[in-house]
Design a protein. Structure first.
Length: 196
């Protein structure tokens, strides 16, 4: 399994290609998947209409980051540029452990969360089903690009990003479902208070 992971890594890794459109796109994708991109949720936290969505997604991402950090300490896998001859990081040189990829986990947590939230909204408002499906697909494609960029840039093995994607998507789905459950309980308790 490790041999296959290394083989696929060498196929996807950019190697000496340090310029060009592909490199710029991969750097942009990796920046998009960084923890700093969570700042984009701040405006959503300010507005009452989007506050619950943003707060639940933020909690999901913080939980994902904590679980990824713990898994890295347990697995303790070195990054490709630290363990393979002829491999160097093409953008940044993260020094923590490699498995699972935090970028992939965070991106797929967002994708999983958005997919569940969009499906729920589409059930309530069928006329929005197509645009919501398009948003879900776009977020999923972006998450895939973020994950791929980490291998392309030499900082993760494919197994790292696959593991991160599974962890992130799972936590994203759980987070979105938990958000709905807590919201339904809140509405039920308010309704009960109003009838007393």
């Amino acid at each position: 399994m490790i041999g296959l992971d290394e083989h696929v890594f060498r196929v996807w890794y950019a190697g000496d290609a340090t310029n060009g459109v592909a490199m710029k796109a991969m750097i942009a994708a990796t920046l998009l998947g960084s923890g700093w991109s969570m700042l984009a949720l701040v405006p959503l936290l300010v507005h009452a209409r989007t506050r619950r969505f943003a707060a639940s997604l933020t909690a999901t991402l913080v939980t994902t980051a904590a679980i990824v950090a713990l898994m890295k300490l347990l697995v303790r896998r070195n990054r490709p540029f630290m363990s393979l001859d002829g491999v160097h990081a093409l953008f940044g040189s993260p020094m923590d452990f490699s498995f699972p990829s935090g970028h992939a986990a965070g991106s797929f947590a967002v994708a999983g969360f958005v997919a569940v939230a969009a499906a729920r909204r589409a059930q309530a408002e069928p006329e929005l089903a197509r645009p919501l499906l398009a948003v879900s697909a776009a977020v999923g494609i972006l998450a895939t690009c973020v994950a791929f960029s980490r291998v392309y840039l030499g900082v993760h093995f494919p197994g790292d990003v696959a593991g991160g994607a599974v962890v992130g998507a799972t936590l994203g789905v759980i987070g979105a479902r938990a958000s709905r459950t807590s919201h339904e309980r809140l509405l039920a308790s308010r309704t009960q208070d109003d009838t007393q």
